[in-house]
Design a protein around this ligand. Structure first.
Ligand SMILES: C[S@@+](CC[C@H](N)C(=O)[O-])C[C@H]1O[C@@H](n2cnc3c(N)ncnc32)[C@H](O)[C@@H]1O
Length: 281
């Protein structure tokens, strides 16, 4: 079978599920992943004959796309802050708004050296690994309740040659952090059950519940716990950075202020309040 025939097959079989432009982008991502050929190579050689092995890979990917599995789980990787990260079904696929959170921290601390940083809820390790690569000589630790997430994040640290301290830990059951930090950062679970209806099929069916959801009646549980721990464990003038639920931005800010922090909200590129910074006074 020729590559152009596979493209046609993708368009025909996925047209009721996705817009044509998205189908095209799935096809080119997979072509590059499976054969190393970029879009321009495909344009120059559309009748490239596929080996049986390659054809089967496309067929399997097509079946997974029909089930709305995210393309990143199919290829097994994604890009975050300009670097490659492995992903699997045990971790959340890193989001652009989290890159914006990392960007905020980096621009605030460009000139600082030897910072001690804690990330809570590591997932792929995208936050701690990016910070390690961007902040000079930073000492970075990270926690996650999921041993599978820690396992993958370790691989990502290795892939990016970043030295990070990983620990498996349930933050909600942690009474005290045993070190002092300059920065504590977290993108914790914050989606309420009631928001599930508005979520896309690929997130709902395929990304881990553990990474995403909180109970409707205590949506800020992670923010309360982490702020309480940060109050004790941040150095004077230390900073807490959160990715937040855009529908709960004011409530989250108020909560953090009640612990005596000076808090500031920040909008993402779409104009929604998705980040919060709090300074320990
Ligand atoms: C929203 S995901 C964020 C992952 C990653 N930091 C990112 O930004 O892509 C939240 C992470 O918190 C972890 N988590 C959930 N409950 C936790 C708990 N009680 N203690 C520690 N980590 C927890 C999940 O396993 C998941 O990896």
């Amino acid at each position: 079978m020729q590559l152009s025939h596979i493209k046609l097959k993708f368009e025909q079989e996925l047209k009721n599920e996705f817009p044509l432009t998205e189908i095209g982008s799935f096809f080119y991502i997979l072509t590059e992943e499976f054969s190393g050929k970029k879009r321009i190579d495909v344009a120059l050689d559309p009748h490239f004959e596929l080996s049986e092995e390659l054809r089967l890979k496309f067929e399997k990917a097509l079946e997974r796309l029909k089930l709305h599995e995210p393309i990143q789980y199919i290829t097994g990787n994604t890009e975050f802050y300009g670097r490659k990260f492995l992903v699997n079904k045990n971790v959340l696929i890193p989001r652009p708004e989290t890159e914006e959170l990392v960007g905020w921290i980096v621009s605030d601390h460009q000139k600082d050296k030897n910072l001690k940083v804690l990330d809570i809820g590591t997932g792929t390790g995208c936050i701690p690994i990016s910070l390690k690569m961007e902040l000079e000589n930073a000492n970075i630790s990270t926690y996650d309740i999921s041993s599978q997430a820690i396992e993958l994040a370790r691989k990502n640290a290795e892939l990016n040659s970043a030295e990070i301290q990983f620990s498996e830990l349930n933050i909600l059951e942690t009474k005290k952090l045993d070190q002092k930090f300059d920065i504590i950062v977290s993108n914790p679970p914050y989606v309420r059950e009631l928001e599930k209806d508005s979520m896309q099929k690929n997130v709902l069916k395929h990304e881990p519940d553990l990474a995403l959801y909180v109970a409707d009646n205590d949506a800020l549980i992670f923010y309360r716990k982490i702020t309480q721990l940060a109050k004790e464990s941040l150095k004077e003038g230390g900073k807490l950075y959160f990715e937040i639920n855009q529908y709960l931005s004011e409530e989250t800010k108020l909560l953090v202020e009640q612990f005596g922090f000076e808090a500031e909200l920040k909008k993402d590129i779409f104009g929604n309040y998705r980040m919060l910074k709090a300074v320990k006074l």
